[in-house]
Design a binder for this molecule. Structure first.
Ligand code: GLV
Length: 329
């Protein structure tokens, strides 16, 4: 008998077809409506594995509703939606999809950075509203990206991909990270390790690139925004909650920084309505990894993790190795 799996949200049909070769699949292809907690738990009750997205909460109570569950294979690199400790306690393997979305997410970070710097979204809204009566010397003056200073907070895979792109813009690159990266990597990227305070003070552009954890909750709040230049632009394509959104709205309103570019929000899909009242922010709805190629690679990698877990092999992207010795069989 094939193992039973649940795919919580619609994905590409070819991904589902591939999964069906090995598993009995329950999917959400038709409606793609997010399930209520109760419905998610009910559907999970007889499953051996699940492929959730980053917006499906997999907590202890949900795991308790799934006595046969052996693996939770997120179709996302971030995994703050999964209670890892609860998985480990129950011998359930958890995995994510690192690596395959780095360049795509770095591209989106750059799209937001450029849009915020050169006021692309704001100018388009103005043009669409029929305001354009003629050319003006000081129309939508922005800030230069080239030769400016980029401050990267979080120099992991995505941070490095962002730094590589910055070289093409002849930027000075500063970074801050929990741990300094190897000297050879610094050299290759042309990036200088500095304190958080120096980075905030000296950067023209700041990009946040780390997973969400309680330790980085409101890493950027009123105090950090106050350290930034009045011409600075901040970009977050990492996770909601790393920036204190209320403090950012206030700083943007008072023009204490120039602009922001945001792909992620506290409490998304709801977000602070103050962002809609300010023009100096470019907003997109959590689409950092949203290209067909990358979303396919993410789903395929999650499937590979699941196949390994359900056939007794150690999944390549295991997040909780402590669960391996006591895994459910
Ligand atoms: C997207 O946000 C991801 O974590 O993959």
């Amino acid at each position: 008998m094939k193992p039973k799996i649940l795919v919580t949200r619609a994905t590409f049909d070819d991904v589902i077809a591939k999964l069906r070769e090995r598993f009995e699949v329950e999917d959400n292809q038709k409606d793609d409506a997010p399930w209520s907690t109760e419905e998610f738990r009910r559907r999970l009750a007889d499953k051996d594995g699940v492929l959730p997205t980053g917006s499906d909460r997999v907590d202890a109570a949900t795991l308790d509703a799934a006595p046969r569950l052996k693996a939770v294979c997120n179709i996302a690199v971030g995994y703050n939606n999964i209670d890892l400790a609860a998985c480990s306690e129950r011998g359930i393997l958890a995995t994510n999809t690192p690596g395959v979305l780095d360049d795509t997410t770095a591209d989106m970070t750059w799209a937001l950075l450029m849009a915020a710097a050169r006021r692309v979204a704001e100018a388009e809204r103005w043009l669409r509203a029929g305001n354009w009566k003629g050319w003006k010397n000081d129309q939508f003056l922005g800030v230069d990206v080239h030769h400016a200073t980029l401050g990267i907070i979080g120099m992991g895979r995505i941070g490095r991909a962002i730094a590589r792109r910055a070289k093409g813009f002849s930027m000075r690159i500063l970074y801050h990270n929990r741990r300094r990266v190897p000297k050879a990597v610094e050299k290759q990227l042309g990036a200088k390790y500095v304190s958080m305070e120096k980075l905030l003070k000296e950067s023209d552009f700041i990009s946040l690139n780390m997973p969400y954890s309680p330790e980085v909750h409101h890493l950027i709040g009123a105090a950090q925004l106050a350290h930034m230049k009045p011409t600075a632009v901040i970009v977050n394509a990492a996770r909601g909650g790393i920036i204190d959104d209320a403090a950012l709205v206030q700083a943007l309103k008072e023009r204490r920084i120039a602009a922001a570019g945001l792909d992620v929000f506290e409490g998304e899909p709801k977000f602070n309505p103050g962002f809609l009242e300010v023009d100096n922010v470019a907003l997109v709805p959590h689409i950092g990894s949203a290209t067909r190629a990358t979303r396919t690679s993410m789903a395929m990698l999650a499937s590979k993790n699941l196949s390994a877990a359900l056939s007794g092999r150690r999944p390549p992207n295991l997040l909780n190795p402590e669960a391996w010795p006591k895994r459910r069989r």
